[in-house]
Design a protein around this ligand. Structure first.
Ligand code: ADP
Length: 648
């Protein structure tokens, strides 16, 4: 049979056994033509999804006939007879996907394949069509474009189909936007056979890959593993020749490429820990078992299965720009999105897993998905589940939780701070901190539970490490009172706590702020009096420091240490450091520094007896050493060292 396409592109002449049949080429409906045109000229890099689309259509068609078989005896097939076949022919450059499902009549071929209008995708295209080369195709490509996706990899697509119960079969044939033909043909049983004539390779695209067994079996596993019917393909293997030692022969066998039963759809009692672990490691490319597996089946406002994992270590690209959070999204066992970001809040960006819901349509576009009510309900339920699971781990397996928190706790702290503290209340009880309490890390609740009657604030101190904080001069006085101090070593800690403002009615207090109120009234009066008496001296020191500090004070809270730096006002030392290190910061944010001098230390007496010249030197030395203790740089370390040497 020879097919000549006449140049008007409207008529197709078929010369068949000496009979000439002239067939009118039918035109695609306008919307379909646009979608098809986008497919053909697609620059979308994941053209491979065509296989998912065609398999899922085949599976739907089988579903329909299978359901019919339950009530209709004329369906001679039983559950195990249904399958999807894939055949590859490298020489002919064809990929053939066939199913023994419900099939299509001529009218159905016409209406289903001639007039596809994926309104969601097309609307999206319209809204975003301002730039010609924009890769909006990549956006719609990801979310299912159905049958037409075949045209991303094939320049000629043939669909032979026989509808169940019909006596004739039909062939739908198209080479692209110019139109399609439908003619009668032979086919024994009901079902559909789709033949894709794979495009020739070009410099950008190696279409020939889709003719490779390994590639197709890899794609089936990736996208359609959980299709409930077997997807079979004849595979060739090299096996040792039994007759000639050292030589190999090719053996052919039909293999089922998909595992068919999604792990998450099995009942929990059927699944062993190893099953979960193996599934996690192979699916999410990790070497270590997950620390936590959350498998849930939810019914109600939204019906979905979720299978989620908390990794032991951050994913290798977790801290890179390329990392994308999200859960895989399945609609009835068919993958519709690899990373659905809307399912996970940022503070759970490390969670891996998937959601399978029959409530979502397979061909939903990203734009529609974002507004999908069901998806929002699912996301909310997942957020709640994860929080509950972490709470459980915190109370049942503290060691495991603390390990988890050391790896991912930072995300939860950012979660408290982000979005103006929208989630602070649901996250605050998941935070744990190091503290001056010897028994390891503490939750805020545990801290408050240990608070003395006389204690009205939750005390904290900031620094680069627990070790550095534990050497802060201010710490002794607080500890002397028997008060516990939380150690904040992450930059975000203080910001998160500012967002919380209080816990259980108790305010947070930075022990390095000058308004730290630990003293009795009598003590306060005494130190105020000393400050008053030494006003002239303190002013001189402040003046000698040339505006570096907002004030100089005598303090009775420094234990045995001579000096320390504290701050007044909202911005603490740590906050200033963080704010100034942010991208785009102009280093303009300064904490209001207060140089505190220990009134009980011999240095205080020494200062009051020094002459003006010496006082300047002492002031500079003490200020520099207070800066060092607070973890701040010295502007001129050489001068500092020279001055020490001079005084020695
Ligand atoms: P969707 O599957 O989202 O409806 P498609 O473009 O993939 O969109 O397919 C359009 C229609 O063509 C399907 O709804 C179905 O009715 C029909 N169809 C596609 N493939 C097959 C098949 N293998 N067997 C029977 N019908 C099919």
């Amino acid at each position: 049979m020879v097919i000549i396409i006449v140049s008007t592109l409207v008529l197709t002449v078929l010369i068949c056994k000496n009979k000439v049949i002239v067939m009118r080429k039918k035109q695609f409906k306008a919307e379909s033509k646009k979608l098809l045109d986008m497919m053909i000229n697609s620059i979308y890099t994941h053209k491979e999804i065509f296989i998912r689309e065609l398999i899922s259509n085949a599976s739907d068609a089988i579903d329909k006939l299978y359901f019919r078989s339950l009530t209709d005896d004329s369906v001679a097939l039983s559950r195990d007879d249904f399958k999807i076949n894939i055949e590859l022919d490298k020489d002919a450059r064809t990929v053939i996907i066939s199913d023994n499902g419900i099939g299509m009549t001529a009218e159905e071929l016409e209406s289903n394949l001639g007039t596809i209008a994926k309104s969601g995708s097309l609307n999206f295209k319209k809204e975003n069509s301002d730039s010609e080369n924009s890769d909006d195709i990549s956006v719609i490509g990801q979310f299912g474009v159905g049958f037409y996706s075949a045209f991303m990899v094939a320049d000629r697509v043939e669909v032979v189909s026989k509808a169940f119960g019909e006596s004739t079969a039909h062939k739908w044939l198209s080479e692209g936007v110019d139109g399609y033909t439908i003619e009668e043909c032979e086919k024994a049983d009901a079902g559909t056979v789709i033949t894709l004539h794979i495009k020739e390779d070009n410099e950008n695209e190696s279409y020939s890959d889709y003719l490779e067994q390994y590639k197709i079996s890899e794609l089936v596993k990736k996208y359609s593993d959980y299709i409930r019917y077997p997807i079979c393909m004849e595979m060739s293997h090299q096996v040792p020749d039994p007759e000639k030692e050292g030589e190999y022969i090719t053996e052919l066998s039909v293999e089922t490429l998909n595992s068919m039963v999604p792990l998450w759809r099995k009942s929990k009692s059927e699944i062993k820990d190893e099953d979960y672990n193996e599934f996690y490691k192979s699916k999410f490319m990790d070497y270590s078992d997950p620390v936590c597996v959350i498998h849930s089946k939810t019914e109600g406002q939204a019906t979905f299965d979720a299978l989620m994992f908390i990794p032991e270590n951050p994913p290798y690209d977790y801290y890179s720009k390329e990392y994308e959070k999200g859960l895989q999204l399945y609609s009835n066992g068919v993958l519709i999105m690899d990373k659905c970001a809307d399912l996970l809040p940022d503070y759970f960006s490390f969670v891996k897993g998937l959601v399978d819901s029959a409530d979502l349509s397979l061909n939903i576009s990203r734009e529609m998905l974002q507004h999908d009510h069901q998806l929002k309900i699912i996301a909310k339920a997942i957020d709640k589940k994860l929080k509950n699971e972490l709470k459980k781990m915190l109370s049942n397996d503290r060691e495991k939780y603390e390990k988890f928190f050391k790896t991912f706790g930072l995300q939860l702290k950012y979660g408290v701070y982000a979005n103006y503290g929208m989630e602070k209340d649901s996250l605050k009880d998941l935070l744990v901190f190091e503290s001056s309490n010897a028994d390891g890390m503490t939750t805020l609740k545990e801290y408050v539970g240990r608070m003395a009657d006389s204690q009205d604030s939750i005390y904290y101190a900031c620094g680069d490490s627990v070790q550095k904080i534990s050497m802060l001069p201010q710490l002794d006085a607080v500890k002397e009172k028997g008060f516990e101090v939380l150690y904040f070593t992450d930059e975000v800690d203080e910001f998160a706590i500012q967002m919380l403002m209080e816990y259980d009615g108790k305010k947070f207090a930075n022990i390095c702020k000058d308004d730290l109120d630990l003293s009795t009234d009598a003590e306060k009066e005494a130190i105020a009096k000393k400050n008053e008496e030494s006003k002239e001296l303190l002013d001189k020191i402040k003046e000698a420091l040339g505006g570096e500090v907002a004030s100089v004070k005598l303090s009775d809270k420094l234990g045995s240490h001579p000096v320390s730096l504290s701050t007044e006002g909202y911005v603490s030392l740590e906050m200033a450091k963080v704010l100034n290190s942010m991208p785009g910061a102009n280093q303009g944010i300064k904490a209001q520094l207060v140089l505190e001098i220990n009134s009980k230390h011999p240095i205080a007496a020494k200062l009051s007896s020094a002459d003006d010249d010496m006082l300047k030197k002492y002031a500079s030395l003490l200020y520099s050493s207070a800066r060092l203790i607070a973890g701040l740089d010295l502007e001129n370390p050489t001068e500092f060292s020279d001055m020490i040497a001079e005084l020695i």
